[in-house]
Write a protein that binds this ligand. Structure first.
Ligand code: CTP
Length: 307
C-alpha cells in the first residue's frame, strides 16, 4: 500500500469531533476566502506518526467573524483572548480546540512576553522554536494537505535533529530550552550543535533566571506529564538546567525518579519530591508557586510514605 499522504492522515488520525471541526472550519474559510492551516505540534506529530495532542488551527486576520460563525454552527462555547488574537472552542465533550490568528512577535527583552501584531501564516512560522515545529499543513480545498515548511523541518525529522530557528531563540524565550529537552527526549532526537550552543550560552548568561516561578513550574509539569520523563531529565541534568528550575535540585540524580507507569501528575510529583523529605518539598513547591490543591495532595502522599 502507498504511504498515507498528509491529507489522508488529516482524515484518519483525528477523533471524529476534531476532524469535523477541522473540515467545517476549512469549508467556512473557503467560503470567506480566508487562508487556514493546521500548525505546530499536530503537523509534526502527523508527519512523525506520533500520538496526537491538541490540534491548533491558524487563520489569517480577521479571524473573529469566522470563529464566531463556526462556534454557532457547532454549538461550541467560544472563548476569546482577543489581546493575543487567540480563540478557544469548547466542544460538547469538553475538548478544547485553539484557533489562532497568524501573527508576528517582537520580544521587548529576554524572557519578557512578546508584543504581537497580526500577519501571514508564512510570517508566523518565523516566530517559532524549532524547525520541526515551524510547519503548517494547508486546509483550504485547493491546497489541502500541502505542507508549508520554510525551515526544512522534514529534513531535520529524517536526521532526527532538533534545530532552533535562530541563534537568540533561547534568550528571547528561555522556556524553549526546557522544550528542547522535552522534544529531544520524547522523540529520541539529537540537539544540533549550534542549537545546543545557544542553549548553553543562554544558561551561562542567566536568561532562564528571568523566568517567573509559575513559568518554570509549568515547564516542569509538562516534563513530568510526558510518558517517559527519564531521558528529558537526563538532558537537563547534562545542561545543568535542573537547578534553574529550583536551586535545591543541583545535586539531584534524575535516575532516582521512578514514578509508577501511567500515574497521574500528583503521583509523579510525589515521586520527584520524595527524596527531599516533606519540609524541603513544601518549601520547593511554595517557591515554584504550585497550586494549593496540588501542594496539599502531594504533601499528604509524602506523609503516607513516612508511615
Ligand atoms: N511555540 C514556540 N515557542 C514556545 C512555545 C510554543 O515556538 N515557547 C510554538 C511551536 O511552534 C509549537 C506551537 O507553538 O509547536 C504549539 O506549542 P505547544 O502547544 O506548547 O507545543 P506542541 O508543539 O504542540 O507540543 P506538545 O506535543 O508538547 O503539546
Amino acid at each position: 500500500m502507498p504511504p498515507l499522504t498528509l491529507a489522508d492522515k488529516l482524515r484518519d488520525r483525528f477523533d471524529g469531533e476534531t476532524r469535523a471541526l477541522i473540515f467545517s472550519a476549512a469549508k467556512l474559510a473557503d467560503e470567506r476566502k480566508v487562508r487556514i492551516a493546521l500548525v505546530g505540534g499536530a503537523v509534526r506529530d502527523l508527519l512523525l506518526d506520533q500520538p496526537l495532542g491538541d490540534a491548533d488551527l491558524m487563520l489569517e486576520h480577521p479571524a473573529k467573524p469566522l470563529v464566531t460563525e463556526l462556534a454557532a454552527m457547532l454549538g461550541a462555547e467560544l472563548i476569546s483572548h482577543e489581546r493575543f488574537f487567540t480563540f478557544s472552542l469548547v466542544l460538547s465533550n469538553a475538548k478544547k480546540i485553539d484557533i489562532v490568528t497568524a501573527r508576528e512577535e517582537v520580544y521587548p527583552g529576554p524572557a519578557k512576553l512578546p508584543m504581537v501584531t497580526p500577519s501571514s501564516i508564512e510570517q508566523d512560522m518565523k516566530r517559532r522554536d524549532f524547525t520541526i515545529n515551524a510547519m503548517a499543513c494547508w486546509l483550504n480545498r485547493d491546497s489541502l494537505g500541502k505542507i508549508l515548511d520554510p525551515f526544512d523541518g522534514r529534513s531535520d525529522m529524517k536526521r532526527k535533529t532538533l534545530r532552533a530557528l535562530y541563534e537568540k531563540s533561547f534568550f528571547d524565550d528561555p522556556t524553549r530550552l526546557f522544550r528542547a529537552a522535552r522534544f529531544a527526549g520524547r522523540l529520541g532526537f539529537g540537539v544540533e550543535p549550534a542549537t545546543e550552543d545557544g542553549i548553553v550560552d543562554s544558561i551561562k548568561a542567566g536568561a532562564p533566571r528571568l523566568l517567573s516561578p509559575v513559568r518554570l513550574r509549568h515547564e516542569f509539569e509538562l516534563i513530568l506529564k510526558e510518558r517517559n520523563a527519564a531521558p528529558i531529565l537526563a538532558i537537563l541534568k547534562r545542561w545543568k538546567a535542573l537547578e534553574l528550575i529550583h536551586p535545591g535540585w543541583k545535586a539531584v540524580d534524575p535516575a532516582s525518579y521512578q514514578p509508577a507507569p501511567q500515574s497521574a501528575l500528583p503521583e509523579r510529583l510525589t515521586a520527584w519530591f520524595r527524596p527531599f523529605g516533606e519540609a524541603a518539598a513544601r518549601k520547593m513547591m511554595t517557591d515554584l508557586a504550585f497550586e494549593k490543591h496540588v501542594k496539599v495532595e502531594v504533601l499528604s502522599k509524602l506523609v503516607q510514605y513516612r508511615r
